[in-house]
Design a protein around this ligand. Structure first.
Ligand code: PLP
Length: 394
């Protein structure tokens, strides 16, 4: 017997004055406006994974205020959550499992990605139970080898979709795909994928489909690959003010404003003598007497353990190094011999970089990862404090 599955229980959070992630919604809106203006086509703002850690409902709302015609999510649950939160506009959901019932999505007028004859069949069945036409974005794999129909399946997928459309079960709204390396200027995959996409689109039309939308570009594509912009760009990371890779936004001449600022109070400050070692494993030892401070965030909150002894954080307009291993709930910074810090003083763990603090991409460099992973992993125990919410109705 299968146990009844329950959603994860609500997490008991950190006291907001002790540590919180400030989310600047004015910066988020400004990024959406700037990206849409730069791309010259409408944007689908991607708010999956809790808005890349920034809050799915709040970011979705502000994306609409900033003029985003579309929202993009991975899972059906995320799409339905947005409907429950009152979003009535176009939403695309693109990743679901083999056992998931698609009828609630069709009933909620969510656009759904399909990449196989089997998925077309499931969408047609969902349409029959809801007595609505499913709105479908057909996904072709143009070279990522991840989701999407491979070229040998594509004609069959298009034919099945055309038949279901003819029968009134669904409407093919779009043909779409995803780029592998748009954040690497000049990468050979880019022209290969753009051409494969064009071929796939023409095949879809040859099967009698008339999708009004073609979409291929992510943030990096929207920023620096004009030929991938087509009718709609799907922007995620750049909307949150994080460069898809260092230098990409500058190459496009677009100034992004980081949306998340993660701050914490020092909860303890102490002197340690020369020879004292810090944190689990004693991986760092003070050579001279110094002062250390305790930051109440750890890998349980998404601070990467890999960054122990490598990272530095903002304090008092400058940087102080992380000493020793990052623990589950806390880490130690060295404040220096002369500094007489007090508990309660503010540490900026990540932010815009304008006041000495590191950016998400700085953390990524310390951990051999990408800024996406840094912001998305900031955990649910960390309270979000929303600044500059729009007063506009949507
Ligand atoms: C299918 C798809 N489109 C668009 C995006 C947005 O990408 P980015 O955050 O690089 O803009 C993602 C994110 O991973 C995605 O999975």
């Amino acid at each position: 017997m299968i146990n009844q599955l329950q959603p994860a229980a609500a997490v008991a959070g950190i006291y907001p004055a002790t540590a919180c992630a400030e989310i600047d919604l004015a910066a988020f809106r400004a990024n959406v406006v700037a990206l849409q203006a730069h791309a010259g086509v409408p944007a689908m703002v991607v708010v999956k994974a809790d808005g890349y850690g920034h809050g799915i409902v709040e970011c979705a709302r502000e994306a609409r205020v900033a003029g985003a015609g579309w929202l993009g999510v991975a899972t059906p649950g995320e799409a339905l959550l947005l409907r429950e939160a009152g979003d009535a506009g176009p939403i695309l959901a693109w990743l679901y499992g083999v056992e998931e019932d698609l009828a609630p999505l069709v009933a909620a007028d969510i656009d759904i990605s399909a990449q196989s004859v089997e998925q077309i069949g499931r969408l047609a069945a969902a349409a029959a139970t809801t007595e609505r036409r499913a709105r479908v974005h057909l996904k072709i794999d143009t070279g990522l080898s991840r989701n999407g129909a491979p070229s040998y399946e594509w004609p069959h997928v298009c034919a099945a979709a055309a038949e279901a459309e003819h029968a009134g079960a669904l409407e093919v709204v779009a043909v779409w795909s995803h780029l592998a390396a748009a954040d690497e200027p000049g990468h050979p995959s880019i022209p290969v994928q753009v051409e494969a996409f064009q071929r796939g689109y023409e095949q879809a039309r040859a099967e009698g489909l008339e999708p009004t939308l073609r979409h291929l570009a992510n943030s990096a594509g929207a920023l620096i690959v004009p030929e991938a912009r087509l009718d709609l760009v799907r922007v995620g990371i750049a909307a949150y003010g994080v460069d898809p890779a260092p230098g990409i936004a500058a190459l496009a001449g677009v100034a992004l404003r980081p949306v998340m600022r993660l701050r914490a109070q020092l909860v303890n400050v102490k002197q340690i003598p020369a020879g004292a070692s810090v944190s689990y494993g004693w991986t760092w030892t003070a050579e001279t007497p110094t002062t250390v401070g305790l930051v109440p965030l750890g890998y349980g909150d998404g601070i990467p353990r890999h960054a122990g002894n490598r990272a530095s954080v903002g304090w008092s307009g400058g940087r102080v190094p992380v000493r020793g291993r990052i623990c589950m709930d806390q880490f130690v910074v060295e404040l220096g011999a002369e500094h007489l810090a007090e508990p309660g003083e503010e540490i900026i763990v990540l932010g815009s970089g304008d006041h000495g603090e590191p950016t998400a991409n700085d953390w990524a460099a310390w951990c051999d990862t990408i800024g996406y992973e840094i912001v998305t992993r900031i955990g649910s125990r960390v309270p979000r404090r929303y600044l500059n919410a729009s007063q506009e109705d949507i």
